[in-house]
Write a protein that binds this ligand. Structure first.
Ligand code: TRP
Length: 331
């Protein structure tokens, strides 16, 4: 029996290269090793996007397409949509009863996001309860490992504490404390040199057609001091070089850095190498994406089969949870 892994992504925007390298590639890499459950966290997106639910279904579809395009194989892992597995909501409710408010107020993302996101009112019950929903996601599958980035560690710690509290209160071992599988951190900068993010409008999206990807890279900033072709540049000041560090081979990185420092070639030559490498990475994704776009029934079937498998696994856990709380039969 393989260990169970669970992870989710919020459909809060179109998926970009940073998400691919930061998370999705890692999901693909481990799908043979573990019994993986991967899901679209559409209820989580609702905690901050409740005013625009229509966007959530649009982004959810993009996520599903990209999961498959990136190489998640429904024969190997279970792919599902959170809102189609109602046990997440049931467990969220039950866990909310035993969650001390202080624990929620102490989760760092709570105040950070409230301060950072100014265009939405995040003073809601649902938003405060975000970590409870995430804990329910994880615990309802008895997941042993949760592949996430470092920013999610407080949510994992919260999940462990809730599991412990539940098991203690109801004298049970129904809930399993999960561990984070920390994703190796490879920083992908955006077109302007800041972190690649949909909110900075500096991203290369996985849904961008090849011509758009090429155009975006061609118009990227480089070392601002290198104005003329004959000026020598400093690769460390160029976002293009930062992307070479992620997408180009060691030899190519050395080559472009050297050419930049000596004005051996121009920025367009440097970008051409980057474009070639990004294309090589994305071409198989584009192909699979197009294939699934052309067969919506297959796409639907994959999701429905995944939802059903998820319901089965979650249903089993819910039985032990209900019985631990003496809710297993009618009165
Ligand atoms: N909070 C996660 C994020 O923003 C998404 C998420 C929701 C998640 N539920 C989860 C991740 C359960 C791992 C496990 O990235």
């Amino acid at each position: 029996m393989k260990d169970r892994v669970l992870s989710g992504m919020q459909p809060s925007g179109y998926l970009h290269l940073g998400n691919l390298v930061g998370a999705l590639q890692n999901w693909v890499r481990i799908q043979d090793t573990y019994d993986c459950f991967y899901f679209i966290a559409d209820w989580h997106a609702l905690t901050s996007n409740y005013a625009h639910p229509e966007l959530i279904s649009e982004y959810s579809k993009d996520l599903l397409l990209n999961f498959l395009a990136a190489g998640l194989d429904p024969q190997k892992c279970t792919i599902f949509l959170q809102s189609q597995v109602l046990m997440h909501a049931e467990l969220h409710l039950l866990l909310s009863m035993i969650t001390p408010l202080g624990w929620l107020e102490r989760v760092p993302t709570y105040k950070e996001k409230q301060a950072e996101i100014r265009d939405k009112d995040l003073h809601t019950y649902g938003f405060l309860g975000y970590p409870v929903l995430q804990a329910a996601d994880i615990l309802v599958y008895k997941a042993k490992y949760v592949p996430v980035g470092i920013d999610q560690v407080p949510h994992l710690e919260f999940t462990r504490e809730i599991a412990r509290r539940f098991n203690f209160l109801y004298e049970t071992e129904a809930l399993v404390e999960p561990e984070a599988l920390l994703t190796e951190f490879r920083k992908v900068v955006g077109l302007d040199g800041r972190k690649m993010s949909k909110s900075y409008d500096n991203a290369i999206y996985l849904a961008d057609p090849p011509a758009v990807v090429e155009q975006k890279i061609k118009t990227m900033l480089t070392d601002p001091a290198r104005k003329r072709r004959t000026d020598k540049g400093d690769p460390d000041l160029s976002p293009v070089y930062q992307l070479h560090k992620v997408f180009s081979s060691g030899d190519e990185q050395e080559f472009v850095a050297q050419q930049c420092r000596t004005a051996g070639f121009g920025c367009i030559d440097c970008k051409k190498i980057l474009i070639k490498n990004v294309f090589a990475l994305l071409e198989p994704l584009w192909e699979r994406r197009a294939k699934f776009l052309n067969s919506p029934d297959e796409l639907k079937g994959i999701l429905e089969a995944g939802n059903e498998k998820a319901r089965e696994a979650a249903g089993e856990t819910m039985e032990t949870i209900r019985s631990a709380m003496r809710f297993s039969q009618t009165i």
